[in-house]
Design a protein around this ligand. Structure first.
Ligand code: AMP
Ligand code: ZN
Length: 114
């Protein structure tokens, strides 16, 4: 059985504040928000990191980006601006090894990121 926390959220074994869900993906609030709006967009399919997304996942990755834009619009940060981040492996600070896209907004975000 898969011990992955985001797989458990996708299967509703672990609760989440879900903003949007369809057959392929889920959008929920990050439990430790780094901005007034901090959402995570995940595929329901387990993909460990962006390194593990194959050519067959191209349409799925596009679908996730569509979900990002939809969520940003729903949270009304599409006009003011938001940042999408995918942390991959140790030096980028990936802590959950199920592919996810961070959506951060609701404040001015610094650049370059830390
Ligand atoms: P990363 O460091 O890029 O792997 O991001 C993992 C993110 O998952 C962090 O921002 C965590 O706050 C978030 N996170 C971990 N567990 C949960 C949870 N149970 N519900 C919501 N977000 C979570
Ligand atoms: Zn998983």
């Amino acid at each position: 059985m898969c011990g992955c926390i985001f797989c458990k959220m996708a299967s509703r074994e672990i609760p989440a504040n879900i903003l949007y869900e369809d057959d392929l993906c889920m959008v929920f609030e990050d439990i430790n928000p780094q901005a007034p709006i901090h959402l995570l967009v995940i595929p329901k399919k387990h993909i460990t990191s962006l390194n593990d997304a194959g050519d067959e996942d191209g349409a799925l990755l596009g679908h996730l980006l569509g979900a990002v834009a939809r969520a940003a619009k729903e949270k009304k940060i599409d006009g003011s601006g938001y940042r999408t981040v995918i942390n991959t492996n140790a030096e980028a600070g990936q802590t959950v090894f199920h592919l996810h896209i961070h959506v951060l907004g609701g404040r001015r975000l610094g650049w370059p990121p830390g």
